[in-house]
Design a protein around this ligand. Sequence first.
Ligand SMILES: NC(=O)C1=CN([C@@H]2O[C@H](COP(=O)(O)OP(=O)(O)OC[C@H]3O[C@@H](n4cnc5c(N)ncnc54)[C@H](O)[C@@H]3O)[C@@H](O)[C@H]2O)C=CC1
Ligand SMILES: O=C(CO)COP(=O)(O)O
Length: 317
Amino acid sequence: MSGVTILGAGAFGTALAVTLAANGPVVLWGRDVGWAAARENPRLPGVTLPPGVTVTDRLPPRDGHPVLLALPMQVTGAFLRDHAGRLDGRRLVACSKGVDLATLRGPSALIERHCPAALAAVLTGPSFAADIARGLPTALTLACADANVGAALQAQLSTPVLRLYRTTDVAGAELGGALKNVIAIAAGIVMGAGLGDSARAALMTRGYAEMVRFATRLGARAETLAGLSGLGDLVLTCTSAQSRNFRHGLALGRGEPPDITATVEGLATARAVVQQANRLALAGQMPVTQMVSAVTEGRVSIAEAVQALMTRPLRQE
Ligand SMILES: NC(=O)C1=CN([C@@H]2O[C@H](COP(=O)(O)OP(=O)(O)OC[C@H]3O[C@@H](n4cnc5c(N)ncnc54)[C@H](O)[C@@H]3O)[C@@H](O)[C@H]2O)C=CC1
Ligand SMILES: O=C(CO)COP(=O)(O)O
């Protein structure tokens, strides 16, 4: 029985705690866990925490267990910086999906920056917290540059209903999870605006081309983008209203106010990716991402974005 610590008691951290309790004791830390006595997190309604999960608002002391970081992307850098003394030198598994707007880096680079002696890994792929928590079968990617550490984490974090595949391509895995959220907002906009299933398929495919273009420029392997953490998660998030990124786009497309309390990682990530694309001289090659950034920041209307995408010079696929 090997234990894990999960930092971040939102929907995803809580869902991971529920499934990982099958393998051993889980400590779930959150900054606001007033719900702990009820054993049900309002962010994951209808799910009762199993007895093997200890919920706390006191950061657990250092031990040999892996630490899963399940915080929103834009607060992860500050959290790592503030708690480096407790986290450095340990196995840290980033579970957030996004690009940090302050540094234009993904979670593994933030770990490297603030906790240079840590062993960084990434857990990502197609999975809604509610599905994992209900024990529905799910397959994810565990990425770690150190193949031996990755294999050990793969074994420790797989459960009878959570099947992990492993890769050493950390950049590919984390960029797939980050970039698909941007495309999911676009897919939601398309569906909300009534532009049709054909338009969504076109957008997902051309969005995927952008994901591969951007990630490979940053050293990712194209085949990683074709796996669970890229294409798999893109398909899930662009086709399900369970996705907060998709729902955000849906509201925009319908002309309704989006839920501004939800964690919608694609918003900041779109801005960060546009900035990074400019630095990488990829500016003209990320049109969907650029339009998501422009529409969500209110710089162009949906109609203008559609026209801009449809009237680009014709090119080879
Ligand atoms: N919900 C899902 O289905 C999945 C989520 N993820 C990823 O997991 C990450 C977290 O998402 P969720 O848990 O869904 O979000 P959530 O919105 O359910 O929860 C976010 C949690 O972070 C806490 N938090 C915010 N700022 C904080 C800070 N400065 N310090 C400490 N805690 C802070 C909040 O109190 C809240 O409990 C995101 O990057 C998301 O993309 C990944 C896969 C599935
Ligand atoms: O990453 C997810 C599914 O794999 C969750 O999607 P949302 O963050 O859009 O809800």
